[in-house]
Every structure is written in structure tokens, then in C-alpha cells.
Design a protein. Structure first.
Length: 135
């Protein structure tokens, strides 16, 4: 699908908070020589049901599936991801998160940062933000 050269395209999951809080799931920018997609921090909700799984592994998989969908809508794939930021709420989650990030990014290996911090709701255990690039 993609976007027209020189354009800015907003990608949405349809989640009402996106408009209320003033953000997009992703923003795709297509210039004459390069193409970028910036995906907002994505938590582990299943956005079709608005259910948050209990396990950090399942939340991480939901993050990746939501990110994959936003990237695809913008004409990108996980293979285009060059930067990933992971925010986890507890050190004990890191090993479980690494198992899942390895499943999705094991061969892609973007530059990445893991941050330990609180998230806005107690059920949230992880948030993932990515940047994708295509020449």
C-alpha cells in the first residue's frame, strides 16, 4: 500500500484513545529517496478485544502483532525495522521478553534499547516502540 512520495500518512488501530490523546499508532513518511515509519509505543493489548493478557510473553507477542499490522498498513515489514525501544516494568520480565524478541527479531537485529520503567496502567508489563526505514 505505502504512501505517496513526500507525504505523511497516519496509521491507526481505531482505538479511541489515539484521537483523544492526540497520537497515531504509526506515522509513515515517504520522501523521494527514503521511506520511514515511526511506530508509537505499543503495549500488549489485543486491540480487537481490548484484553490484556497476564503474561509478559503474551503481551510482548501482542505488541509485535500490532506493530506488524501498523507497519504492513504503511507498506513496511519487521525486516525494515532499524531501531527498537523496549520498556519493561520489572527486571524479572527481561528474560521472557528476550525469548519473544528473538522470535521476531533474531535475524533482523535492529539497534535496540531496554528500559526499566513504570507504565501508565498496572496491567501493562511491556511497551515497544520501533522505527523502520527503506531506501
Amino acid at each position: 500500500m505505502g504512501v505517496k512520495p513526500g507525504s505523511r500518512r497516519l496509521i491507526s488501530t481505531g482505538y479511541p484513545l489515539e484521537k483523544q490523546a492526540g497520537y497515531s499508532r504509526a506515522v509513515a513518511i515517504e520522501g523521494p529517496d527514503d521511506h520511514w515509519c515511526f511506530v508509537s509505543g505499543t503495549t500488549g493489548y489485543d486491540y480487537s478485544t481490548l484484553v490484556m493478557p497476564e503474561s509478559v510473553s503474551d503481551q510482548t507477542r501482542n505488541c509485535f502483532e500490532t506493530i506488524k499490522s501498523a507497519l504492513a498498513e504503511a507498506g513496511f515489514s519487521l525486516r525494515d525495522v532499524v531501531r527498537a525501544n523496549y520498556i519493561v516494568t520489572a527486571p524479572e520480565h527481561v528474560e521472557d521478553v528476550f525469548v519473544v524478541t528473538g522470535e521476531y527479531f533474531g535475524d533482523i537485529r535492529p539497534a535496540a534499547t531496554m528500559i526499566l520503567a513504570g507504565l501508565i496502567r498496572p496491567e501493562m508489563k511491556i511497551e515497544i516502540e520501533v522505527t523502520a526505514y527503506r531506501a
